[in-house]
Structures are given as C-alpha cells and as structure tokens.
Design a protein around this ligand. Structure first.
Ligand code: PLP
Length: 395
C-alpha cells in the first residue's frame, strides 16, 4: 500500500534536492543565452539582413553539418516543416501509410497528414521508449505484403512508404535494428530527431542513420532559434531538392520569378539562424550540463520503490533533453496528484504526450497493439530539465 501524501512529499523533497533552493518557480525547460547571441542578432539588425537572405543561414547549416556529421543540413522554419519536407522527399504520397510511434509529439503525425498520408501507429519498447523493432518486424510479417514495388498493408490495401522513429526525450531509439527492418521491408527510414540534437547512437549522431531526418530548434529544445528546424541528409540530390522545395521552388535568376513547382516558404530567416549559430557554439557545454543534472536525478531516484528515472540506453550517449520519471504500476493512480502537488510547489512537471491514437484527428488510424504505449502514457512524468539547472551540481 502506498500512502499518497507520503509519496507526494517524498517526490517533492527528492526534486527539491536536485534543484536550486532559491527559486520560487522552476520551469520544465528554459532557453539559455550566454554566448554570442546578442552580437550575431545585432549584426543582423545593423546590416538589415533579417529575413530571407544573409550569411547566417549558410553558416548555421555548415555548423550543423560539422556537429552532426551529416553531409548536408537545410535550415527551415520549424521542426514540423522539416518533417513535412522529409516525408515529401521520401516520396510519401496521398493515400499511403507511414509507420510511426503513437507516443510522440503531435507534429510527427501532423506532418504525415499534411502529405495526405495516413499515420500507422506502432509499439514502443521499454528502454528507449522508441519504436520496438522486433515487434514491428513481427507485425509487418502478419499484416503486410512485400511486392516488387514496395510494401502494402493487406488490411487496407494501402502502400506503406516510410518508417519514422522518434528519439524520445533525446534518448536514441535502436537505430540499427530499425534500419534493418526498414531495409527488409523497403521502407524509407526518416528520423524524427527533433529532441535529440547532441545525442549519439553507437557514436553516430542521431539523424544520420535515416535517409532523411528532422531537427527542431523550438524554444523548449536543447538549443533554440526562437522557432526553427533543419533537415539532415547525406544525399546531395535530396538536399538540393530540400533547399529548392523550402525556398518556394524558385529557379536561380538575377531578377526573374520563375518557380518550377508549387514550393513552400519554409526557409529559416537569417535572424533566427544568427541565434542558432550562437546557440550551436554552446551545445557541447549544454549537453554536459544536462547530463550532469540527469546523473543527479538518477542517483536520487535510484532507491525509490515507486519511481525510476529514464536513463540512456547502453548503446547511446543521450543529450537528456527532457528528464522523466516512471511511476510504478502501483503508484500510477497518483499520477495526477503528483502533477498537481509538484506544480503547486513551484516545480513544473507534466505528463508525457497523449498517444496519437487517442487524439480525435488520429483515433481511426491503423495501429498495432499499443499496450506498452498506453501503459507508459499513464506513468511518465517530465521534470525540470533546463540547461542552467545542471550548473548547481559540481562533479
Ligand atoms: C518539437 C518536436 C517536433 C516539432 O518541432 P517544431 O519545431 O515545434 O515544429 C517534432 N517532433 C517532436 C518529437 C518534437 O518534440
């Protein structure tokens, strides 16, 4: 038997122990500007280059390439737009299906819908909370048919074009296993790496295993450009096409407006890229501090009988973008009480996302058995994870 008030008090005490004592409110994830942000943004304002032209977009893209090891990076307005373009470039067409986890932020599903395609929800595994490759493989064995021209869902008759794993809270999904499934079933592998800039899978940066991948630089991500995203790929032809599609499909010319298809105005403005350049210079130090905070949480929660801390899988080096605790089955009934009590105490917490298959726009989409997903939905709580919180813990 769990005594509710004792559980609440214990949790708040444990969290307080990991967090600065002098704050009346501690947010979930706040941005940090301690580098050359002012300098670069001021440069944009001083020179007038704030929008669709200017040097920072190219610089930001080069810096992203260098950090991630991706051959090409294309900066765009946000992570959702990056996902949308990845899917288009993967050849996802209206009426096709795209395999993706149900336990993700809604953007993953929305991007599929923007293509006129149908999200097909797949199960996650315990360690990374990412797509379960073994279960997926078994599932496809039973419901899908591999033909010369690709994979088809026997139940719906629709083609299944792509697989989009997501790296939950920055913890890399098992990419080798997923790439193997994608290979065997002729699926294009697209990584939703929106949360995992700074996370490595077996030494390789997340977002560089899939044919294409999407990053996000929203205000709550590990680095921010205000709003922003990027597409990563090693394929020059796809990268060129990504640049073209995201810049209104305008053909280069000194003055003429000739657009050879219906493109998108998805290009990242120079002002945002300037912020990105300064933030990226600090990324390694941000990851270090986030890992330090996570280690502290992990140690604190280690002996708790009803809570465990989500830690990086053995194959990975995670950025620990967003820390999370998992309640025991027994304590799960108190999830909402815990959310209430911690937020009342000035410590911001929130539940993991509502799984996509439970949301009105996606509840009728095809899905495999999502028992693990639904189980975690009721038991995962995100806790404060700002970079600056890692400063309070010396090694
Ligand atoms: C943040 C996020 C996105 C979308 O990024 P935006 O820049 O907010 O559009 C997509 N997928 C996941 C998993 C995210 O966390």
């Amino acid at each position: 038997m769990i005594e509710k008030n004792q559980l609440l008090d214990q949790t708040i005490a444990l969290l307080r122990d990991c967090l600065p004592a002098d704050s009346s409110f501690i947010g979930l994830h706040e941005p940090l500007f301690e580098g050359r942000e002012w300098e670069y943004v001021r440069d944009c304002l001083d020179t007038g280059w704030v929008s669709t032209a200017g040097q920072y977009v190219g610089k930001f893209e080069s810096a992203l390439q260098e950090y991630t090891g991706a051959r090409r990076a294309i900066a765009v307005v946000n992570g959702t737009a990056a996902l949308h373009v990845c899917l288009l470039l993967a050849g996802v067409e209206a009426g096709e299906e795209v395999l993706m986890p149900s336990l993700t932020f809604v953007a993953t599903a929305n991007a599929v819908r923007y293509c006129g395609a149908v999200p097909h929800f797949v199960e996650i595994e315990n360690i990374s909370l990412g797509v379960d490759a073994a279960k997926l493989s078994n599932y496809l064995e039973t419901i899908a048919e591999l033909k010369d021209d690709g994979l088809f869902n026997r139940l719906t008759g629709r083609r299944i074009r792509a697989l989009v794993p997501m790296h939950v809270f920055g913890h890399p999904a098992d990419l080798d296993a997923l790439a193997d499934v994608a290979d065997r079933y002729k699926l294009v592998l697209i990584e939703d790496a929106a949360e995992s800039l700074g996370s490595f899978y077996k030494g390789k940066h997340t977002g560089t295993t899939g044919k294409l991948s999407a990053l996000s630089f929203n205000g709550n991500k590990i680095i921010t450009t205000g709003g922003g995203g990027a597409i990563l790929t090693d394929d020059d032809a796809l990268a060129d096409r990504a640049k073209h599609l995201t810049t209104t499909a305008k053909l280069p010319h000194r003055w003429a407006f000739v657009h050879d298809e219906a493109g998108y105005n998805y290009r990242m403005p120079n002002l945002n890229a300037a912020l990105g350049c300064a933030q990226l210079e600090r990324l390694s130090s941000y990851v270090e501090r986030k890992r330090r905070l996570a280690k502290h949480y992990e140690e604190r929660f280690r002996d708790h009988p009803h809570m465990s801390f989500i830690a990086e899988p053995s194959y990975a080096q995670s950025n620990y973008w967003l820390n999370a605790i998992i309640l025991s089955q027994e304590a799960a009934v108190y999830r909402d009480d815990l959310l209430e009590a911690t937020n009342d105490a000035g410590i911001m917490t929130r539940p993991i996302w509502t799984p996509m298959h439970l949301l009105p726009p996606y509840q009728d989409c095809p899905a495999m058995d999502l028992g693990v997903t639904e189980d975690y939905y009721g038991r995962v709580i995100n806790i404060p994870s700002s970079v600056k919180l890692g400063e309070t813990h010396e090694e």
